[in-house]
Design a protein around this ligand. Structure first.
Ligand code: PHE
Length: 435
C-alpha cells in the first residue's frame, strides 16, 4: 500500500524538529570534549566563524533539495538525474550506520539515568564505565531499548510521532539545560571554566583544529545523511527556508555553548581535566555530581537532558532510511520501521559488544564501534555533503538569488556552494582518510 506523503503541521513544528535533529549528543557530549582537546576558546572562535559561514550553504542546499523535489533521498537525487540514484542511496545507508553507534550511546544514557540515585562518591567512575560497557548483555538490551523508543515515534508518523516527541522533549531539554547552567555558574571558581571557554589564544589555531571544528559543525547540524533533506521534503507551503536555516544554526550553536557553560565551570570547580575526551560526560561529570549538594538529582536531570537530545536526533536519523524504504519499496511505515529495527540491531549489537566480548575483532585496526564512528563522521558525512554541494551547485545550478536579494550575499552563496565548501570538504576527507 502506498502511503500518502506526510507534511508538517506548521513552520514552527518543522523548525522544532530540525532543531531537535541538530541538537543532540553532538552538542552536549562531543562539542565540549572536542573544544577541550583543541584549546577551548580558540576552538570556539573558529567554530563560530565556520558555522555561520560555510555550514550555512550545504544546510540550505539539503533542505532546498528536499523541499523542491518533495521526495526522499534516492527519489530526490533521481529527479536531478537518474544516474544519481546510487549516490542518493548513500544517504540512508549512512543513516543506518550512524544509528548503529549513536543508539549505543543512547543505551549508556538510559543506564546512567537509572543509576543516578545509587552512585556514591566512593565509586571509581572510570572503572565503573569501562566495566559497564564491556558487559555482554545489559548494554545490548539498552541499545535495543533506545532504538525501540526512537523507532516507536518514527512509526507513529510525522505529526503524531516526530512532531509530538519534539514538542514534548525539546522544551524539557531547554528548561533542564537552563537550570543546570545556573547551578553550574554558582559553583565555586566557576569563572575559571568561563575563562577557559571564552579567552582566545590564537597560537592554538592549527589546520587540524580548523578541520575538527568543521567536522563537528557538519555533524552537529545533521548535514550529510539525508535527515534534513527528508524533513525538508515534508515542508508543505511555499515558505522561504532562509529564515529557518538561520534559526536552526543559531539555536544549535546557542545550545552547544550553553552545554559548555554547564560543563566547564563544574569541571574547573572540581579541578578536573577538561580535555578528557569521550569520558567527559560518562566519567568526569558523574564524579562531579557525586560531590555536589543534591548530586543525585543533578545527575538524573543531566542524563534526562542528554536523553531528550539523543531521542530527538535519533528520530531524525531514522526518518531518512524509513522514508526511503516507504517510498522506494512502496511499503507501509510500520513495515519500514520493523525492517529498520532488524537491520540496525544486526549492526548495533556487534558494535555494542565491541567494548567487551568482540573487542579483538577489528576493521582497519579499529573496533566495530570506532570503525562506525570514524567512517560515518570522517568519511561518509563529508562525502555525502560534498556530493550534495556538487549536485546542487553544478547540476541543479542552485542560485543564491533563490534565497537572498543582497548582491554580496548571493555572490558569497554561489562561490561557497561551488568552490569553497567542496574544497573544505575535500580537505576534511583527505585528513580523515590519512588518519
Ligand atoms: N546532529 C546530531 C547531534 O548533534 C547528530 C546527527 C547527525 C543527527 C546526523 C542526524 C544526522 O548529535
Amino acid at each position: 500500500m502506498e502511503e500518502k506523503r506526510p507534511t508538517w503541521t506548521s513552520r514552527y513544528t518543522f523548525m522544532l524538529a530540525a532543531i531537535g535533529s541538530a541538537v543532540g549528543l553532538g552538542n552536549i557530549w562531543r562539542f565540549p570534549y572536542i573544544m577541550g582537546q583543541y584549546g577551548g576558546a580558540v576552538f570556539l572562535v573558529v567554530y563560530l566563524t565556520l558555522i555561520m559561514t560555510i555550514c550555512f550553504v550545504p544546510l540550505m542546499a539539503e533542505l532546498y533539495l528536499g523541499k523542491h523535489t518533495k521526495k526522499e533521498c534516492i527519489g530526490a537525487y533521481e529527479s536531478v538525474s537518474p544516474k544519481l540514484k546510487p549516490l542518493g542511496a548513500l544517504n540512508p545507508v549512512t543513516g543506518v550506520l550512524i544509528a548503529s553507534f549513536y543508539f549505543i550511546v543512547g543505551g549508556w544514557i538510559i543506564n546512567y539515568i537509572t543509576k543516578s540515585f545509587c552512585m556514591s562518591c566512593h565509586c571509581d567512575y572510570a572503572q565503573y564505565f569501562s566495566d559497564f560497557i564491556a558487559e555482554p548483555v545489559y548494554p545490548c538490551v539498552l541499545t535495543l531499548a533506545f532504538l525501540f523508543m526512537c523507532i516507536f515515534f518514527t512509526a507513529k508518523g510525522v505529526k503524531k510521532g516526530i512532531e509530538f516527541a519534539n514538542k514534548v522533549l525539546m522544551p524539557l531539554f531547554a528548561v533542564i539545560l537552563l537550570i543546570l547552567v545556573i547551578f553550574s555558574l554558582n559553583l565555586p571558581n566557576a569563572y575559571l571554566g568561563l575563562e577557559y571557554m571564552f579567552k582566545p589564544d590564537l597560537t592554538k589555531v592549527t589546520p587540524q583544529m580548523v578541520l575538527a571544528a568543521l567536522g563537528q559543525a557538519f555533524f552537529t547540524l545533521s548535514i550529510g545523511m539525508g535527515a534534513l533533506l527528508t524533513y525538508g521534503s515534508y515542508i508543505d507551503e511555499d515558505k522561504n527556508i532562509t529564515k529557518s536555516v538561520y534559526t536552526i544554526i543559531l539555536s544549535d550553536t546557542a545550545f552547544a555553548i550553553l552545554a559548555g557553560i554547564m560543563i566547564f565551570p563544574a569541571v574547573f570547580s572540581f579541578n578536573l581535566e577538561p580535555s578528557s575526551g569521550a569520558g567527559l560526560v560518562f566519567i568526569t561529570l558523574p564524579k562531579i555530581f557525586a560531590q555536589l549538594p543534591f548530586g543525585n538529582l543533578v545527575s538524573f536531570a543531566f542524563f534526562v537532558l542528554l536523553f531528550c537530545a539523543a531521542v530527538t536526533s535519533g528520530i531524525s536519523i531514522l526518518e531518512a532510511p524509513c522514508a526511503t524504504l516507504i517510498e522506494q519499496f512502496k511499503i507501509s511505515r510500520i513495515k519500514s520501521c520493523a525492517i529498520l529495527f532488524g537491520i540496525i540491531s544486526l549492526i548495533a549489537i556487534p558494535a555494542t559488544l565491541s567494548f567487551g566480548l568482540l573487542n579483538k575483532y577489528t576493521l582497519f585496526n579499529k573496533t566495530i564501534f570506532d570503525f562506525l564512528d570514524f567512517t560515518t563522521s570522517n568519511i561518509l558525512l563529508p562525502l555525502n555533503t560534498l556530493i550534495l554541494c556538487l549536485i546542487a551547485g553544478w547540476m541543479l545550478k542552485l542560485d543564491g538569488r533563490k534565497f537572498f536579494t543582497n548582491r554580496v550575499l548571493i555572490f558569497m552563496f554561489n562561490i561557497c556552494l561551488k568552490f569553497i565548501v567542496p574544497s573544505a570538504l575535500i580537505s576534511l576527507l583527505y585528513i580523515g582518510l590519512r588518519n
